[in-house]
Ligand binder design. Structure first.
Ligand code: KIV
Ligand code: NA
Length: 268
């Protein structure tokens, strides 16, 4: 195909083949993921997995712009969604529009993602009506970690289930082209997927969701902090990095590196 998967194409995949999504934060990683996924998400999880913050709250719009632009340069096919960080959109629809417009203009992304439910529905509608495709994010919303009191899975009691279902319905009705469902009990993720007309992208959700997303650093074993139950590790790149550094250190100390083939002005 020529050009990126568009947000209407993602929306049209409701109930069809599973939508494959991964996060990416850098150009070289984006290049390696681009042909394997439908959608690349520049998530504010970068604050935790790249910058070493305890949570996503310190992430700034400038950080999201820098990494969004890098992922854009490293990819050509995947739909590209960039997270609106904490504090850049919650205050009002107008404030959200200003931040989202900067993400769109300065990264060339296909759309933005924001966390929240009924309280963010007017903001989602405001952006969508003005040309900015929005992906929602309901259930466990990490930017609200202080209000939620941690990262425990949600929807274990009936009131919470009803609230999260109402959130998902409100975000879909507001015009989101899809939504992430994070960290909820499986039957709830399944029920939301059956109820809303736009694709659901699960992370700690359900195989019934219309798509799945994982944080790339979790998937490849690069992030060595807390690993949630919903992560499946497909590689141990972190161990490989440590082994490579150890081998290099041994070579330097033994003067095995640099060898002749690495030197200028020496016959090899
Ligand atoms: O920030 C992120 O990586 C995300 C996904 C995990 C959905 O929001
Ligand atoms: Na995020």
């Amino acid at each position: 195909r020529i050009g990126r998967v568009s947000t209407p194409e993602i929306k049209a995949r409701k109930g069809g083949d599973p939508i494959v999504c991964l996060t990416a934060y850098t150009a070289p990683m984006a290049r390696r993921l681009d042909s394997h996924v439908d959608l690349l998400l520049v998530g504010d999880s970068l604050g935790v997995v790249l910058y070493g913050f305890d949570n996503t709250l310190p992430v700034t719009l400038e950080m999201m712009i820098a990494h969004g632009a890098a992922v854009r340069r490293g990819s050509e096919r995947a739909c590209l969604v960039v997270d609106l960080p904490f504090g850049s959109y919650q205050e009002s629809p107008a404030v959200a529009y200003r931040a989202a417009a900067r993400l769109m203009a300065e990264t060339g992304c296909s759309g933005v993602k924001l966390e929240g439910g009924r309280e963010m529905a007017a903001t989602v509608a405001f952006l969508v009506e003005r040309g900015i495709p929005v992906m929602g994010h309901v259930g466990l919303t990490p930017q609200s970690v202080n209000a939620l009191g941690g990262y425990r899975a949600r929807g274990r009691d009936p009131e919470q289930r009803q609230a999260i279902m109402a959130d998902a319905e409100a975000i879909a009705a507001a015009g989101a082209f899809s939504m992430v469902i994070e960290g909820v009990i499986e039957p709830l993720a399944r029920a939301i997927t059956e109820r809303v007309a736009v694709p659901t992208i699960g992370i700690g959700g359900s195989p019934a969701c219309d798509g799945q997303v994982l944080v790339i650093d979790d998937l490849i074993g690069m992030f060595d902090g807390f690993t949630p139950k919903f992560v499946k590790r497909y590689a141990e790149i972190g161990d490989q990095v440590a082994a490579a550094a150890a081998a290099y250190a041994a070579d330097v100390k033994a003067r095995r590196f640099p060898a002749k083939e690495h030197l200028y002005g020496v016959e090899s």
